[in-house]
Design a protein around this ligand. Structure first.
Ligand code: AMP
Ligand code: GLY
Length: 420
């Protein structure tokens, strides 16, 4: 098959790495890709937010299967146009992508499906939102309704902070994403995520993970897109997974189908777990980044068969062959991230890192310049390893980190601490 992956981060590098191991893949193109992806696959410059351009490209290159990595093209209807053109695609239609693109949509679906989640209010003006916070008290969570690149969630410790967040959002701090606001009960517990493939009818869990959102060790400092991840998540026991599937995922999928928007792709189920009970924090309609990196490391070539089965509606006959293993990913970021960071610094030592089924340095934000790899993003490298135990995976990953020569970069040294 000729396969096209859309995206250019560490998630897409790991997807490409897994797909290439599958003998069904004859040719792989990644658009736009990055310097690490270019070392293993063809990269194409293509505006992946332009559905027409993606369809034309897929037709010209005789693509048999498209895998859409990030949420933005899904919310822009790229999967809709590809399927209309008869191109087999992994990723939900625009209507179903609302599970990530609109927080109020998800809350309404949860209500209808009776899925456990935080109590909430949905507001289109600041006055009503402020009054709701005044009656509910703090801590409380204020969320921009739309896609805000992970920045639209404010955990307010006081009523005053919540009021300020409401004013910011309705004042346009998050653009259109903040034109509507969801305010939620603050949930306590331990967070983990479950990844579930869906083909519009059948659902198949393919693994769990935990990430580290804060920039500093011991989970301190500002939020980031994720500083590391590991899989499986010990807190997501088989019992909790079964409860999650029965009470949250299955009823959500049934409700989506009932509304004429069956979900096909991967559902990222963000959970808060307390006293043996899972509650939904959020859905994403794509793999997590860096959660995909640890899942791909564990699934290897079968990831491609599973995504293919989801796209073709054959998940009822698919199964995951688990090794009893663990994977861990350490994110290396440019100094200053998640604030202003420097670009263009040279990264050395990558040639000293092994690249095999136990060790991979996935590239997130890199560019090749004059034969050197340079940093071009905030999160730059995803140093990922697999082992029989989480400790072994962590030791392998940090051994690679230590052989990378990049003075302008940093990482957390405590990824996996909760489980270790
Ligand atoms: P979201 O984008 O909705 O996943 O929110 C980002 C992060 O904010 C989550 O991963 C949680 O750590 C936190 N969060 C979101 N909603 C809540 C909530 N209702 N209670 C506690 N923490 C939350
Ligand atoms: N790592 C969090 C996300 O991909 O949304």
């Amino acid at each position: 098959m000729n396969i096209l992956i859309l995206g250019g981060g560490g998630r897409e590098h790991s997807l490409a790495w897994a797909v290439l191991q599958n003998p069904k893949c004859d040719r792989l193109i990644v658009a736009p890709g990055n310097a690490g992806i270019a070392a293993i696959a063809e990269c194409a410059s293509l505006d992946i937010m332009d559905p027409g351009a993606v369809v034309t490209f897929a037709e010209e290159e005789a693509i048999d299967f498209v895998i859409i990595g990030p949420e933005a093209p899904l919310a822009a209807g790229v999967a809709d146009r590809l399927r209309e053109a008869g191109v087999l695609t992994f990723g939900p239609l625009k209507a179903a992508a609302q599970l990530e693109a609109s927080k109020s949509f998800t809350k309404e679906i949860c209500d209808a499906a009776n899925a456990p989640t935080a109590a909430y209010g949905h507001f289109t003006d600041a006055k009503a939102a402020r009054e709701y916070v005044t009656t509910q008290g703090a801590p409380i969570v204020v969320k921009a309704d739309g896609l805000a690149a992970g920045k639209g969630v404010i955990i307010a410790e006081t009523v005053e902070q919540a009021h300020a967040a409401i004013d910011d959002m309705f004042g346009g701090a998050f653009g259109n994403a903040g034109a509507e606001v969801v305010i939620e009960e603050f949930m306590t517990g331990e967070e983990a995520s479950l990844f579930v493939l869906c083909d519009g009818q059948n659902i198949l869990p393919i693994g769990s993970a935990q990430d580290h959102k804060r920039v500093g060790e011991g989970d301190t400092g500002p939020n980031t897109g994720g500083m590391g991840a590991y899989s499986p998540a010990p807190v997501l026991t088989p019992e909790i997974e079964a409860l999650t599937m029965d009470r949250i995922v299955r009823p959500t999928m049934d409700e989506m189908t009932k509304r004429g928007m069956p979900f096909q792709g991967v559902l990222y189920v963000g959970l808060m777990i307390e006293n043996g009970q899972p509650r939904l924090v959020e859905y994403n309609v794509r793999f997590g980044d860096p959660e995909a990196q640890v899942l791909m490391m564990r699934l290897g070539a079968q990831a491609m068969d599973l995504m293919h089965a989801a796209a073709e509606g054959r998940l009822d006959r698919a199964q995951v062959n688990w090794a009893d293993d663990h994977a861990l990913c350490v994110v290396m970021a440019a100094d200053g991230y998640p604030g202003d960071y420097t670009k263009g610094s040279v990264i050395g030592g990558l040639d000293k890192c092994p690249a095999d089924s136990f060790n991979m340095v996935f590239h997130a934000g890199t560019t090749a310049k004059n034969g050197q790899i340079t940093a071009s993003g905030g999160r730059v490298l995803n140093v990922t390893a697999r082992g029989a135990t989480l400790r072994e995976a962590a030791d392998r990953a940090y051994r690679m980190v230590d052989s990378i020569d990049w003075p302008q970069g940093f990482c957390r040294r405590d990824i996996g601490w909760r489980a270790l």
